[in-house]
Design a protein around this ligand. Structure first.
Ligand code: DQA
Length: 145
C-alpha cells in the first residue's frame, strides 16, 4: 500500500518542541523510521508536513489515485479546521487521525476533534507509535487495497 502521512503545524519542531509531551525524536528521524516501517509492511510511506492549512488541503486533494490511505496529524487544526474536515470528506481515500499526545489528558480545547468525523478512526496518546499503528491497521484490515 501507499501511505500519505501528513503532519500539520509545529510538528516540524518535533524533538525540540515540548519534548516532555511530544518526545525526543525529530521530524526527519520520524519520517525515516516511518518509511522503514512501511517497507517492512511491503508498503511505501511519503511524509508531508506543513504549517499552512491550504497546503494540507492541497495534499489531501492530491491523494486520490496516488495513495491508498492517509495518516493525518492535523496538529492544532484538529480542533477548528472545518476546511480540512471538508477536504477529507471530498476525497475517497480513507484516513486515520493520529495524535502523539493523549489530547484527552490535556486542555479542554484539545478534547474536541472537528476532523475525526471524516476519519475511519483516531489514535491518540501512543506517542509516535500511533503512525505505525495506523499503517498496521490499514495493512491488516486491507482497507482500500
Ligand atoms: C497534537 C495535539 C494537538 O492538540 C496539538 O495542537 C498538536 C499536536 C498531537 O500530536 O498530540 O500540535 O496533534
Amino acid at each position: 500500500m501507499k501511505f500519505l502521512i501528513i503532519n500539520g503545524p509545529n510538528l516540524n519542531l518535533l524533538g525540540s518542541r515540548e519534548p516532555d509531551i511530544y518526545g525526543q525524536t525529530g521530524y526527519e528521524a520520524l519520517c525515516q523510521s516511518l518509511r522503514e516501517t512501511a517497507a517492512s509492511l511491503d508498503s511505501e510511506a511519503e511524509c508531508f508536513q506543513s504549517n499552512h492549512e491550504g497546503a494540507i488541503i492541497d495534499a489531501i486533494h492530491g491523494a486520490p489515485g496516488r495513495f491508498d490511505a492517509i495518516i493525518l496529524n492535523p496538529g492544532a487544526f484538529t480542533h477548528y479546521s472545518y476546511a480540512i474536515l471538508d477536504a477529507l470528506k471530498a476525497v475517497d481515500v480513507p484516513c486515520v487521525e493520529v495524535h502523539i499526545s493523549n489530547v484527552h489528558q490535556r486542555e479542554e480545547f484539545r478534547h474536541r476533534s472537528v476532523t475525526a468525523p471524516a476519519c475511519v478512526g483516531q489514535i491518540c496518546g501512543l506517542g509516535t507509535y500511533g503512525y505505525t499503528a495506523a499503517m498496521r491497521y490499514f495493512r491488516e484490515a486491507r482497507h482500500g487495497g
